[in-house]
Design a protein around this ligand. Structure first.
Ligand code: SF4
Length: 109
């Protein structure tokens, strides 16, 4: 699996947000740290494991936590942002609200 650069991961996140109708967090430094986490995970595991969660040990066990994770849509609809706060709803972003801590869907559903 070829390694990915930070710019390739940035393109991936932009495409996900455009396709899903979400906004990227506007905090550039914060977003870069999350993209670096995604890049490290891709280059380590071969898939985009969520940068805010630990691997369960295999691609099969991590399937729901591959970005965009299984809970992202519900979290963005319910809280205005995903667990990591990489992706926001447009209304949340436009209101200038600050993402907060939300429950990890992996353990609450
Ligand atoms: S919480 Fe979900 S959508 Fe957000 S960065 Fe992690 S895997 Fe991606």
């Amino acid at each position: 699996m070829p390694e990915k650069s930070l710019e390739q991961v940035r393109t991936f996140a932009s495409m996900v947000s455009a396709k899903q109708g979400w906004a990227l967090n506007t905090d550039e430094d914060f977003v870069t740290s999350l993209l670096e986490g995604l890049m490290v995970n891709w280059n380590r595991y071969g898939y985009f494991l969520c940068p805010c969660r630990d691997s369960e040990g295999s691609r099969e066990l991590d399937a729901k936590t591959i970005c965009p994770c299984a809970w992202s849509r519900a979290d963005i609809e319910g809280h205005g942002h995903c667990y990591c706060a990489l992706y926001l709803s447009h209304s949340f972003a436009e209101n200038g609200r600050e993402p907060g801590s939300i429950p990890d869907g992996r353990y609450s559903t």
